[in-house]
Ligand binder design. Structure first.
Ligand SMILES: *[C@@H]1O[C@H](CO)[C@@H](O)[C@H](O)[C@H]1NC(C)=O
Ligand SMILES: *[C@@H]1O[C@H](CO)[C@@H](O)[C@H](O)[C@H]1NC(C)=O
Ligand SMILES: *[C@@H]1O[C@H](CO)[C@@H](O)[C@H](O)[C@H]1NC(C)=O
Ligand SMILES: *[C@@H]1O[C@H](CO)[C@@H](O)[C@H](O)[C@H]1NC(C)=O
Ligand SMILES: [Zn+2]
Length: 506
C-alpha cells in the first residue's frame, strides 16, 4: 500500500501539517483521523490506486508544481471559453507535456465529419480542380466537384467554378478566411456569436452541410481520412473509433458509392496508414443515424449496421444515434428498432450518446437509463450522469464508461467554467471514464491533447496527478472495441512509449 500514488498535490502539505499529538490539543480534530479521511478521498479518485514508479512520482511532482503556477497566473484557461483560452493553453508547459505524452490513449468519441483541421479543407481541398461553389440564402456555402456545370440547387446561387472565382478576386485571402468561418464554430467572440444553445446548435448543423460536398467527393474522402489519422498520430494517439453515418460519396461524373464503399475505404486507408506507421492501430467505425429520423428509418439503419458488422468485422464496431438530444427524439422512442438485434439473435454493440443535456427530468434525460438498459458499451458524454444515482450505479457495475468531452460541452453551452463540469464528481469517485474530443475541427482543437488538458487541469484540479493521466490512457484502450488480445498488445506497446516519455521528461 505504501507505494500507492497518494501524490495528490496537497499530500506533501498535509504531512507537515501535524499540529499536535493525540490528546495534547483538545478540541482540535485528531490530525491522524483527518489524514486518514483525506487519504481515503485521494484513493477513490480516477488514478487514485495507480501504482507509480519512482520516476513517475518525480514527474508527477513536477506536474503539480506546474499546475500550481498555472493556477496562480492571471488567466486560468479552464475557467475561460476554449476559443479564448486556446492561445494560453498553447503556451502552457503542462499542455506541452500532454502533447508529448503517448496518450496510448485511444480517441473513442470523435465524429468523422469533424476530424480534420478546417485549414486543410480550405487550403487543400477547395484548391483542387473541378470544384464548384454556390451561396445559400442563409449565407452559407455548398460545394460540388464535377466535370460539368452541376444542376442548380434550391435556395442556392448558380454554381461557380472556384478557380474562376478566385482568379477574378485577385487576392483570395479574405474569401478563404470566410470559408474557414463557414467550416467551424471557432470564432474570437463566442459569447456574442452564440448567445444560446439553440443558436450554437444551428450553426453546428449548418457547418456540417457546408463541408458535406467537399468530403463526400470520393478521392477527397480517402485523403481526408488519411489526413485525419495523421493529425491524430501527430498528437500521439494510437487508435480511434469514429462515429459516422457512412455518407454517400460521389465521383466527378456524378456516379455515387454506397455505404459499403465507405467501409471498404476505411479498411484500405487503415492498411495504407498502418504500412507507413506500424505503431498506429487504425480507425474503426461506429455507424450512426440522426435522431430526427423516423422509427422505420432507424430500424433500417439498425438492420444495415447488423449486416455491415458481418461484412466488415474488422472496421465496423457498433451503432449510435446522433444530433441534439434536447430537440431530438429520446432513445425510448426507437425501442422497437433498438431491440431488433436482440430479437434477431444478432450482436450489435451500442455506443449511445446520452445525458448530453442540462434539462433535468425531461424525456431525453431518461436516455441515460435507457442506454444502459439497451446494454450500451459506452455512454457518449453522460454529462447528466451525476444527477442520476441509479444510472450512475448501474454504469459503474456494468463497467460502462462515459466518454468525457469537456471542450464540446463548453462550446455547446452545457457548462461555461470547466471547473464546474459535473464529471468532476465522477472523477473524484473513480467512475469509469475516457476523455475524447467529439468534433475537434468544429471546436478548433486537434487530436486529444486540448481535452486532456481541460480534464486534467480544469476538471481534475489539484487532485489529479500523473496516476490520473495513466489511468485515463489505460482506460482508453481498456474500454475500446479492440479484442482482448489486441488490447494486450496495445497496452504493451503503450507501456514502452509511456516509460520512455516519463524518462525523457523528468
Ligand atoms: C492535398 O493533399 C493531398 C493528399 O494529402 C496531396 O497529395 C496534395 O498534394 C495536396 N494538394 C494541395 C494543393 O495542397
Ligand atoms: C491579400 O489580402 C490580405 C488581407 O486582405 C493581406 O493581408 C495580404 O497581404 C494580401 N496578399 C497579397 C499577396 O496581396
Ligand atoms: C461563408 O462564406 C461566404 C462566402 O464567402 C460568406 O459570404 C459568408 O459570410 C460566410 N459565412 C460565415 C458564417 O462566415
Ligand atoms: C442486456 O444484457 C443483459 C445481460 O446480459 C440481458 O439479460 C438483456 O436481455 C440485454 N438487453 C438487451 C436489450 O440487449
Ligand atoms: Zn458526439
Amino acid at each position: 500500500m505504501g507505494l500507492l500514488s497518494s501524490v495528490s498535490c496537497w499530500t506533501a502539505t498535509i504531512s507537515v501539517l501535524v499540529l499536535c499529538w493525540a490528546g495534547v490539543c483538545l478540541g482540535v480534530p485528531d490530525p491522524s483521523v483527518r489524514d486518514h479521511l483525506m487519504q481515503e478521498e485521494v484513493f477513490r479518485q480516477v488514478g487514485g490506486r495507480v501504482l507509480l514508479t519512482e520516476p513517475e512520482r518525480r514527474l508527477s511532482e513536477r506536474l503539480c508544481e506546474l499546475k500550481k503556477q498555472e493556477m496562480a497566473g492571471p488567466q486560468f484557461p479552464p475557467a475561460m471559453h476554449f476559443f479564448k483560452a486556446r492561445p494560453f493553453i498553447r503556451r502552457s508547459p503542462i499542455f506541452n507535456l500532454l502533447q508529448k505524452m503517448p496518450k496510448g490513449r485511444a480517441a473513442l468519441h470523435i465524429h468523422a465529419a469533424s476530424l480534420v483541421d478546417v485549414d486543410w479543407l480550405v487550403k487543400n481541398v477547395t484548391y483542387r480542380p473541378h470544384c464548384y461553389v454556390c451561396f445559400t440564402q442563409d449565407k452559407s456555402v455548398r460545394f460540388r466537384f464535377s466535370t460539368q456545370q452541376p444542376l442548380c440547387q434550391p435556395q442556392c446561387s448558380p454554381w461557380i467554378l472556384l478557380e474562376t472565382l478566385r482568379r477574378k478576386m485577385g487576392n483570395a485571402t479574405d474569401f478563404d478566411h470566410s470559408l474557414v468561418q463557414n467550416f467551424t464554430l471557432f470564432t474570437s467572440d463566442p459569447e456574442a456569436a452564440y448567445p444560446s444553445q439553440e443558436v450554437v446548435w444551428n450553426k453546428f448543423e449548418k457547418t456540417f452541410s457546408a463541408i458535406s460536398g467537399l468530403v463526400r467527393h470520393a478521392p477527397v474522402f480517402k485523403d481526408y481520412l488519411y489526413e485525419g489519422l495523421m493529425q491524430l498520430y501527430m498528437d500521439n494517439v494510437m487508435y480511434v473509433e469514429l462515429r459516422t453515418e457512412l455518407p454517400e460519396t460521389y465521383e466527378l461524373d456524378g456516379g455515387t458509392h454506397s455505404k459499403s464503399w465507405c467501409l471498404q475505404t476505411y479498411q484500405e486507408v487503415n492498411q495504407k496508414f498502418a504500412a507507413q506507421h506500424p505503431d498506429f492501430l487504425g480507425a474503426r467505425v461506429i455507424f450512426t443515424v440522426h435522431r430526427n429520423r423516423s422509427p422505420s428509418q432507424v430500424k433500417e439503419a439498425v438492420q444495415n449496421a447488423i449486416s455491415f458488422r458481418k461484412q466488415f468485422p474488422e472496421v465496423m464496431v457498433g451503432f449510435d444515434l446522433v444530433g441534439h438530444e434536447d430537440t431530438g427524439k429520446p432513445l425510448w422512442y426507437f425501442k422497437e428498432a433498438l431491440s431488433l438485434p436482440m430479437n434477431m439473435g444478432a450482436t450489435l454493440p451500442y455506443f449511445f450518446h446520452a445525458g448530453e443535456t442540462d434539462w433535468e427530468g425531461t424525456e431525453v434525460d431518461g436516455n441515460l437509463l435507457d442506454a444502459l438498459l439497451f446494454n450500451t458499451s459506452r455512454i457518449g458524454h453522460g454529462f447528466a450522469l451525476p444527477h442520476h444515482p441509479v444510472a450512475k450505479e448501474l454504469s459503474r457495475k456494468m463497467g460502462v464508461p462515459i466518454e468525457l468531452c469537456p471542450i464540446s460541452n463548453q462550446v455547446l453551452k452545457l457548462v461555461s467554467d470547466l471547473r464546474n463540469h459535473p464529471a468532476a464528481v465522477l472523477m473524484s469517485e473513480g467512475h469509469p471514464l475516457v476523455v475524447s474530443s467529439d468534433d475537434p475541427s468544429m471546436f478548433g482543437s486537434t487530436g486529444l491533447s486540448y481535452d486532456f488538458y481541460e480534464a486534467f487541469v480544469g476538471i481534475g484540479g489539484m487532485k489529479s496527478h500523473l496516476g490520473t493521466l495513466k489511468e485515463l490512457a489505460i482506460n482508453s484502450l481498456r474500454y475500446s472495441s479492440l479484442s482482448p488480445q489486441q488490447k494486450e498488445e496495445a497496452l504493451a506497446l503503450w507501456q514502452k512509449k509511456w516509460d520512455k516519455f516519463v524518462c525523457e521528461n523528468l
